[in-house]
Design a protein around this ligand. Structure first.
Ligand code: ADP
Ligand code: ASP
Ligand code: MG
Length: 450
């Protein structure tokens, strides 16, 4: 495919209603290199579908379904010839009702994915119709034909080689003929059952399709004009970063910056595809370019915040001068499919947080009773919930002088529960009580960036 091909992704707020969809259509049409459009569900719809998938009594089901119908009908009703797809949307809504009834009887991860996929299926149908009414040759494409994943429902992993083959055979020829509109977030496993890539996964879809089609760039259109030094909702004085490296942006995404799904940059780095982030509300405001190089990388680049962290402290007197305790702990965690995020150790104890990156579509807790029971047979286990992880992202952090003073001098009023520094030169992170998190980020931002 041409090096000029751009894959453009629009998030939930960019397809929230008729006006937002039209602004996004303007963005698409302003650049003839955009040949593939990837959409999220209209804002709010995925949350409503997740609630239905949890299994609801009849009355709640009806109310949730009404909310979904209202969001989609509001767009449908603005179309000049809405009858063209009203039937299709109604069929989807009927499907949702039937699946939600099933979920009320018995929930399952596979059923959840099937249900939540309808958000993206509907938003893409509506968007194609908006483009057609603007006389654009646009085609709806079911991404599940090419987005092959594992069957880990709720948090499926893409099978990159198969995706590349399928995309070359089925998507590439279509792109030559029409503007293609497809779904983010969803995929299908070998047997054809619908899967999802985890909440916020549409960014990842766009990057994966960009890689599969050898695109020249991936554009992520959202509700903020770029990647900021921290979430502008938490710190209004946050500044836009015009150019950032893959490494820096990946660290931000991994440590909780919601602007990009944590896995988004994996395919981009692998295939060296620049990623642009901008606002569909204000495309002329510019945005952030993520690529493999920047001029003069700064010592401090950004702050990220990840809430709802769980800290496990494992203590065993047998650990004193003993060997193999940590190996045993990691074995148990691996058997329970859990990867460790932060870790610190002392002579007789180890404290660690569980990696919740790219959490499942329903946000299930990783900490199961079976895991606790097994750990308890080995050592004393303490669990602390509601902590927040604050990450300082930068360059050569572990080599520079004075980093500790710059960071910790402003944290005097707060209690720090755990500190990780030194393993990576790109970050310094620590845990604070959840209720202090925003104040900590504000204080740090003032000191390091304002
Ligand atoms: P979309 O639905 O378009 O995917 P998201 O809500 O997932 O949008 O991501 C955009 C949001 O990410 C912004 O509204 C902002 O509040 C948040 N955000 C978090 N960290 C940052 C950051 N460093 N820079 C910009 N936005 C950020
Ligand atoms: N619609 C999905 C979600 O809300 C995927 C996405 O928006 O990226 O998580
Ligand atoms: Mg998002």
């Amino acid at each position: 495919m041409s090096q000029n091909l751009i894959v453009a992704k629009f998030g939930g707020t960019s397809v929230a209603d008729f006006a937002a969809m039209n602004r996004s259509a303007d963005v698409v049409l302003s650049n003839p290199d955009v040949r593939l459009v990837v959409l999220s569900a209209s804002a709010g719809v995925t949350n409503l579908l997740v609630a239905l998938a949890e299994g609801q009594p009849l009355e709640q089901r009806a109310a949730l379904l009404d909310d979904i119908r209202r969001i989609q009908y509001a767009i449908l009703d603005e179309l000049k010839q809405s009858q063209v797809i009203r039937e299709e949307i109604d069929r989807m809504l009927d499907n949702i009702a039937t699946l939600a009834e099933g979920a009320a009887l018995a929930t399952s991860a596979a059923l959840t994915d099937e249900l939540v996929s309808h958000g993206e299926l509907m938003s893409t149908l509506l968007f194609v119709e908006i483009l057609r009414e603007r006389e654009v040759t646009a085609q709806w494409f079911d991404v599940r034909k090419v987005m092959r994943t594992t069957d880990r429902f709720g948090r499926a992993e893409p099978e990159v080689a198969t995706l590349a083959e399928l995309a070359a055979a089925q998507l590439k020829p279509r792109i030559a003929e029409a503007l293609i509109v497809t779904q983010g977030f969803i995929g299908s496993e070998e047997k054809g059952r619908t899967t999802t890539l985890g909440r916020g996964g549409s960014d990842y879809t766009a990057a994966l399709l960009g890689e599969a089609l050898h695109a020249g760039r991936v554009d992520i259109w959202t509700d903020v004009p770029g990647i900021y030094t921290t979430d502008p909702r938490v710190v209004p004085a946050a500044k836009r970063i015009d150019v950032i490296t893959f490494e820096e942006a990946s660290e931000m995404a991994t440590f909780g910056a919601k602007i990009l799904h944590p896995a988004t940059l994996l395919p981009a780095v692998r295939s060296d595809i620049p990623v642009f982030v901008g606002s569909s509300k204000d495309p002329s405001a510019g945005g952030t370019m993520v690529s493999n190089k920047t001029e003069n990388p700064p010592l401090f680049r950004a702050l990220a915040l990840r809430r709802k962290q769980t800290l496990l402290t494992l203590t065993s007197l047998n650990m004193l001068h003993a060997r193999g305790f940590l190996a045993e702990v990691f074995n148990i965690l691996a058997r329970h499919n859990i990867s460790v995020d932060l870790i610190t150790t002392s002579e007789v104890s180890v404290a660690l947080t569980l990696d919740t990156t790219g959490s499942t579509s329903t946000g299930d807790s990783l900490l199961t009773q079976a895991l606790l029971t097994e750990l308890s047979s080995l050592c004393r286990v303490e669990v602390e919930e509601n902590l927040a992880l604050v990450a300082i992202i930068g360059n050569e952090l572990s080599k520079a002088c004075g980093v500790g003073k710059d960071v910790f001098s402003v944290l005097e009023p707060f209690s720090l529960r755990l500190i990780c520094y030194g393993a990576s030169s790109y970050n310094l992170c620590f845990l604070v009580p959840g209720q202090d998190a925003e104040q900590v980020v504000q204080a740090l931002h003032r000191n390091l960036f304002e």
